[in-house]
Design a protein. Structure first.
Length: 304
């Protein structure tokens, strides 16, 4: 009888262990593993039908010519959906702004608020590989000229990393040319040089993350020739950013960037207007909808 009781107790204990949250166990195991290593590999990883919701908080100031600066505090919601993944592990993403609330004011104290943007609801398609290299990008709506409230060169989320395995505190330099389809139609272009650094590991809200920092310098160009507007913009961009990349889900969960933008707007009659824009933007992942099997697969890969 005692043997039967002991066997039943052992079975109950084993079942209780398996009934625990496997995600928590895997994350805790991953955290212990992180403490014992100094080299980490990182990349973007999406699965079909992944849906990511980001809250985007932006504070910026804009000065045009001799006008007084206008300050803006903007809160937006951005949705990213992975439509498909090809055999080369390239990700077909659709980005869409869901909401936007903006407060504006000047030095005189005049203020206004609005909860509308022409960019709300517009779908932008982006194809990237696991290192963030942009393979293709296009706007679904090509009939209307439009841009985000943050402007043609506003800080964007998915940027090239180029490298994927580094020691802690190791740096690497990259140069890329990117088309910013998620900011405007027609889009602007940038040539950028970025110095990245794998700065630290962070345990955040049940997730183990890598902090990647960078400083960036870039030249931007935008041009439009339409019946009601004809001008070009040359831009100089300097920025510093901190990206938290989840080692479990392998997507950005937190991203803060400060950007200084100096632009020169040029018209056909050779009239020019200088523009200065200073921006601080914070992306925060507030929801991830992912197939549970895909989530467990990601956890198993990290445990190895």
């Amino acid at each position: 009888m005692k043997k039967i009781i002991l066997i039943l107790f052992a079975l109950f204990f084993i079942n209780s262990l398996y009934a625990q949250d496997t995600t928590k166990i895997s994350v805790d195991t991953l955290q212990d593993k992180i403490l014992k290593q100094d080299t980490f590999c990182f990349k973007y990883r999406f699965y079909p039908n992944d849906t990511l919701i980001y809250q985007v908080q932006t504070i910026d100031s804009l000065t045009q010519g001799l006008d007084e600066p206008i300050m803006k505090d903007r809160k937006e919601t951005l949705q990213v959906v992975c439509d498909s993944v090809d055999k080369m592990m390239n990700y077909y993403l659709t980005l869409q702004l869901l909401s936007s609330e903006t407060k504006e004011w000047n030095q005189k104290g005049d203020s206004s608020s609005r909860n509308f943007s022409v960019w709300i609801g517009k779908q932008v398609h982006l194809v990237i590989d696991s290192l963030g290299n942009r393979l293709k990008g296009w706007n679904a709506d090509t009939t209307h000229i439009a841009s985000t409230l943050g402007g043609i060169f506003q800080p964007y989320l998915f940027f090239p990393l180029k490298e994927n395995c580094k020691h802690l505190n190791q740096s690497w330099l990259i140069k890329t040319q990117d088309t910013l389809v998620e900011n405007a139609y027609p889009p602007g272009y940038i040539n950028q040089t970025s110095l990245f650094r794998l700065k630290d590991t962070i345990y955040k809200e049940g997730d183990s993350c890598l902090m990647i920092t960078f400083v960036k310098t870039a030249r931007g160009f935008y041009g439009i020739n339409a019946a009601d507007m004809n001008f070009t913009i040359d831009a100089k961009i300097n920025s510093y950013g901190e990206l938290l990349m989840s080692m479990v889900s392998q997507i950005p969960i937190d991203y803060t960037i400060t950007q200084e933008l100096k632009m020169q707007m040029k018209y056909p009659d050779e009239h020019e207007i200088p523009i200065w824009q200073y921006t601080t933007t914070h992306y925060s992942l507030i929801e991830l909808k992912r197939n549970k099997i895909a989530t467990l697969q990601g956890l198993k890969k990290q445990k190895r």
